[in-house]
Structure formats: structure tokens, C-alpha cells
Ligand binder design. Sequence first.
Ligand code: BGC
Length: 252
Amino acid sequence: MKNESTILGIDIGGTGTKFALVDTYKGEMITERFKQATPKPATPEAVSEVIANWMNKLDWSGPIGCGLPSIVQRGIAKSAANIDSSWIDLNVEDYFSNKLSCDVTVVNDADAAGIAEMEFGAGKGNNGLVLMITVGTGIGSALFWNGNLVPNTELGHLKFKGDIAEKYASNSARKKNKLSWKEWGNRFNELLLHYERLFSPDLFILGGGLSKNFEIYKDCFKISADIVPAQRQNAAGVVGAAMAVKHVGLTV
Ligand code: BGC
């Protein structure tokens, strides 16, 4: 049922874009999670057309919270690894708000997923240092200290093994290099050990498309910190994007 807690959550990914109406008080989707391939090239214009279509289908004209795979500062995109470079320096909040005639809040996609997991999922009540890592087309990160987000950490872009981390251990890298789960799990373990050396987190939360397969590869992980899959798995992205509408003061 729609009420004032309802927000349309959108998770724009390098491969797929996900949509759901979300009850932001409960941190739950109130529709199914609809998915559509992200247009290629993923320009702001093409993506806003896809969003306008879904607003129509869902009969929605209220506020929107949107996760973007980019550094996002005060609504402005500052990087574009798996989306078109024309996003860079665009005020995405203004652009979408004008195109779609509604209020739009935009945050980094991994930060969005982290917001959902910290408030309602695997990180709930954890007052230490929590590092959520999302694994999909790229690798995203959301760092929390005592429940507060340190936005735009972009740990998938740390230099690692001669390139950046996401080229070595993302889901795209797993597919491209035809890695078995064990091979991928061992690679990801190396990356987790690196993150652990840098941040000494109390807890890692693994999100993104790969989190649903956690049981298959979890024995590869030889880290000291606890590691758990996101409770909302890949849906954390849409739920958190909607929740970011009220959290935006924290994330800029
Ligand atoms: C982007 C991040 C994003 C991550 C996951 C990376 O390539 O730079 O902003 O969070 O992919 O989508």
C-alpha cells in the first residue's frame, strides 16, 4: 500500500537497472523488484527514458531515490567506470528532477545498499567499523563507523594486482576469465585480506549480484573479521536508494 513512507527506489547498474516501490519506514519492497537491461550506451538521456517508462508502468509521480555506480557528491556524478562518460560533472539530481518532474535524490549505488543493510539488515545494531562490499559488474564499497556512512570510498578502484581491484575480482572478471567459484573465491579472499589490512573492520557485508551464492564460496575466505551476505542480497540496492532520500544529509 502506498503512503508517505513510499519512495520509488532505483538501482542503476552497469548491466541491469532495478526498480521497486519501497516502504522506507520498514526497509521493505512493496512491489516486486523489476529489472531491465541498462541501455547501451548508458547515457543520462537513455537512462532517464527508461525511468520515465517505469514511472508510467508503476503509476508513480512521487519522490525517487536513485543509486548510481559513480562517485556522487551533492547530487553531482564525479566518475563513470561502467556507465557513459557523459555523466561526469552532471548534476544528476537536477537533471532527473527536470526530466521526470519529481524530486530525485542520487547517491552512490554501494552506499545506498549499505544504508539499507545497516538500518534493517546484516549490519543492524553494529557499532564498530562495517565495510559493505558489493560485487557485480564492478566492485562497490560502503564504509560505516558507528552506523555513520563515510561516502564514496570506491574501494573497487584501489590499485590491486597490477590494475584496479574490480578488474581482478568482480563478477565481470569471474565471467571474463571463466573462473570457477573456488578460483573466484580465492581471488576475492586476497582482496578481502587487503581491505582488512587497511581498515581492520569488525564486519564485512557482501552485497551485489553475487551475494546469493555466498554458501558456495564462503569457505575460501580466510580473514579475521566476520563476513556475512547482505540480508536483502541484491535488493539492498533499490531499498537503500529509496532510503537515501531521508539519509541524504549524511551522504553528501
Ligand atoms: C564504481 C562505483 C560503484 C561500483 C559498483 C564501480 O565501478 O566506480 O561507483 O559503486 O562500481 O557498482
